[in-house]
Design a binder for this molecule. Structure first.
Ligand SMILES: O=C(CO)[C@H](O)[C@H](O)COP(=O)(O)O
Length: 209
């Protein structure tokens, strides 16, 4: 099981600082969508230059023109990028093909999908590396969590690795770790607490090796 830290900050120096604080516990660093919006792929490149050896996911949440956008993420330093499960099948298939050709990885984000079991099985057949359930900030604000949907994904997906994201904190991590995701994605639960290094360490310590 791997721990991914979603860096949803609004500045690159803050991202670099957070990586330095947490890199002993974190397996994958996510260049979060707010950084994509504010600094584009040049911000991603700066982080790659500062940390040549980390595993870096660019959370582009691609919806169309998939082959081009996936390849741009890789070109600017990402090892993994994301496409939305609500995109057309053709886009997801193009993204998987581009990932395979580049020798990189792709995560399909299930945010906004209502028939989770059906769509997860369809996407699994397309061959991405990860399928992730995700309760976004707008639904977290209404009190929703990804825990129940993750169980549906776990049952529907047989080939891809599974991921889970959305408001996970030190206090709730154990519950979702016990459900067995391959990738646990935590943002604010690490980045907005007083001691991010300790929060990352505690969550990593709960995970099976
Ligand atoms: O992609 C995202 C929002 O769209 C976040 O990166 C994801 O939700 C994880 O962050 P948090 O743990 O703070 O919810």
């Amino acid at each position: 099981m791997k721990l991914q830290l979603a860096i949803d900050l609004e500045d690159i120096d803050g991202a670099i600082n957070l990586i330095n604080q947490t890199k002993d516990s974190v397996d994958i660093f996510e260049y979060g969508t707010p950084l994509v919006i504010n600094f584009g792929l040049e911000g991603l490149q700066k982080i790659r230059q500062a940390f040549p050896d980390i595993t870096l996911l660019a959370d582009l949440k691609i919806m169309d023109v998939a082959e081009y956008e996936v390849n741009q993420a890789y070109k600017y330093g990402a090892d993994i990028t994301t496409i939305l499960a609500v995109a057309e099948d053709q886009s997801i298939e193009d993204a998987v093909k581009a990932a395979r050709a580049a020798g990189k990885q792709l995560l399909v984000d299930m945010i906004g999908v209502h028939d989770v079991a059906k769509r997860a099985a369809e996407i699994d057949a397309m061959g991405p590396d990860y399928i992730g359930t995700h309760t976004g900030y707008d639904l977290q604000a209404l009190g929703e969590t990804p825990f129940e949907t993750f169980n549906t994904i776990k049952q529907a997906v047989t080939k891809a690795k599974t991921a889970v994201a959305g408001g996970i904190k030190v206090s709730t991590a154990k519950q979702i770790i016990d459900a067995g995701p391959d990738l646990l994605i935590v943002g604010g639960g690490i980045s907005t607490v007083d001691n991010p290094s300790e929060a990352a360490r505690q969550i990593k310590a709960m995970m099976p090796k």
